[in-house]
Design a protein around this ligand. Structure first.
Ligand code: BES
Ligand code: MN
Ligand code: ZN
Length: 505
């Protein structure tokens, strides 16, 4: 899939599908065509205004109507896409509109697609962000995971070869830059989706290690270090080892480094439970069905590191992945077991299904001990069902006591169309983690507020004074129902906002 910025006019561009746009106008009921859509309407004898008069098309978001052009213009078909009202149009809405174009081009088997962004959108987001949205919307919207399906369904989903973004000469450079960035980011998100959608018996902890090593090959600015069981033991990560005990698969601790210069060091920590059966606190079968998703945090870090050498932010970025399976067996960690963590704190494991916080805690201790003065530590994890109950399937929970980091991550999310909402690190709930026999226990004494108590548990392992943020992506990591930008299954959430954050430093 290739993306090009072109100065060609909508009336002269050669393509299988030409996408133009329409808004809901001031009078609410009225449809207002973009300048380019108006021009096409004129060339096609008012076919678009006819569709509007007969109420076949209302310019609502996710709406698209396609016409054949019968040789009246060089583009074979025209797709008019609704953008809703201009005033409240977000980057997410723009990407969604582009994803609709991607979907229609697949069903129409269009190979060359031209897109004419309206000046309203270019002005709202800037030409580069607008173009970035085009590349990301196209890549995310046309993503499929069909590698294990038969040939018939594979060829059903033919994807476009080339996409042209039509802009004025003055904007062509900015658009080209945005397209390149969008392609890099979009490909990284799709890479994460592939990793998460793959069979959990394939994407084992050692597999994640192989992927990480592959990512740094031939890249001067990148490094990868992989710790196997004996080295994990030497590090004192009894939390990670304890959770790994029930599995036949070897655990891995993975460290990635990207050196982009600059003054800042940012540490990213990912939960890499490659399958979460719950351990001896076994999950019911229905809840286990999607638990290959439990390495989505780790996968997002791998995706970010795939993009870093291309995007080249000026920072030192460290990626840490704690990877193991959470399985029941005769050797598995037991409810009631007390574990001495890398930090020296002891944890009473009362529920082996609250495993993510245990492995992450050791990764956070590794960061505290081995990384010199990090400017921020951000962990990303499919941590709690409670966060899904609180924020639903489309919004990630953000926990931090650092206002600046909250602001920066919020801005980054908004700019990329990802959705996060801040939840409190409520000090008053800390006592719910008190244990009778250890320093702390791994589940809360209350039935409620589970996303918060999990975050508070992690906070126990972050040194005082370090800017730390925790992202609970349990909801958005995996889509139970398809949307334009996210087909059913893994979504690759987190990659876009964290990359944007790193580029904003
Ligand atoms: N991996 C799960 C969290 C999860 C749930 C992710 C649903 C995605 C969708 C986590 O390890 C877990 O099992 N959490 C428990 C914690 C509980 C035992 C305190 C939960 O949320 O039920
Ligand atoms: Mn669990
Ligand atoms: Zn889990």
């Amino acid at each position: 899939m290739k993306f090009f910025a072109k100065t060609k006019d909508v009336a002269s561009i050669e393509a299988d599908l030409l996408a133009v746009f329409a808004f809901i106008g001031k009078g609410r009921e009225s449809v207002r065509l973009s300048d380019e859509a108006q021009k096409i309407d004129g060339k096609l004898d008012g076919i678009i205004t006819d569709a509007i008069s007969s109420e076949e098309f209302e310019a609502k978001r996710e709406e698209g109507i396609r016409f054949h052009t019968y040789g009246k213009i060089p583009a074979k078909t025209v797709l008019v896409v609704g953008l809703g009202t201009v005033a409240d149009l977000t980057v997410f809405d723009w990407q969604t509109a582009v994803a609709v174009i991607g979907k229609k081009s697949q069903s129409a088997a269009a190979k060359r697609i031209a897109i004419a962004p309206p000046h309203e959108v270019i002005e709202a987001f800037g030409p580069d962000a607008c173009a970035e949205g085009v590349a990301e919307g196209m890549l995310l919207g046309t993503y499929t995971f069909h590698k294990h399906k038969g040939d018939a369904s594979k060829s059903n989903k033919r994807s476009f070869d080339e996409a042209y973004v039509l802009v004025s000469a003055a904007r062509i450079n900015a658009v080209a830059v945005g397209l390149k960035r969008g392609k890099t980011v979009g490909s990284a998100v799709c890479f994460v989706r592939d990793l998460v959608n793959e069979s959990p018996s394939t994407t084992t902890p050692s597999y994640l290690g192989l992927v990480a090593k592959e990512l740094v090959k031939g890249k001067a600015a990148m490094k990868c270090e992989e710790f196997a069981r004996s080295e994990i033991r030497k590090l004192g990560m009894e939390g990670l080892l304890g959770i790994a005990r029930g599995s036949e698969e070897e655990p891995r601790f993975i460290r990635l480094d990207y050196n982009g210069g600059g003054q800042k060091t940012i540490v990213l920590v990912g939960k890499g439970i490659t399958f979460d059966a719950g351990g001896l606190s076994l999950k019911p079968s229905k809840s286990m069905e999607t638990m290959k998703l439990d390495m989505a945090g780790a996968a997002s870090i791998l995706g970010i590191f795939q993009a870093l050498p291309v995007l080249r932010p000026k920072a030192h970025v460290v990626g840490l992945i704690a990877a193991c399976e959470n399985m029941p067996s005769g050797r598995a960690i037991k409810p009631g077991d007390i574990v001495r963590m890398m930090s020296g704190k002891t944890v009473e494991i009362l529920n082996t299904d609250a495993e993510g916080r245990v492995v992450l805690a050791d990764a956070l201790s590794f960061a505290a001990k081995n990384i010199h003065k990090p400017d921020a530590i951000i962990d990303i994890a499919t941590l709690t069902g409670a966060c899904v109950a609180a924020l639903g399937e489309e919004i990630s929970g953000l926990f931090t006591d650092n206002e600046k980091l909250a602001q920066r991550l919020g801005d980054a999310a908004r700019a990329t169309g990802e959705k996060i909402w801040r939840l409190p690190l409520a000090r008053e709930y800390k006592e719910l983690l008190k244990s009778d026999v250890a320093d702390i226990k791994n589940i809360s004494g209350s039935r409620y507020g589970g996303a918060i108590s999990a975050a508070l548990f992690l906070q126990e392992f972050v040194p005082e004074g370090v800017a730390w943020a925790h992202l609970d992506i349990a909801g958005p990591a995996y889509a139970e129902k398809a949307a334009p930008l996210t087909p059913k299954g893994a979504t690759g959430t987190g990659v876009r906002m964290i990359l944007k954050y790193l580029l904003s430093l």
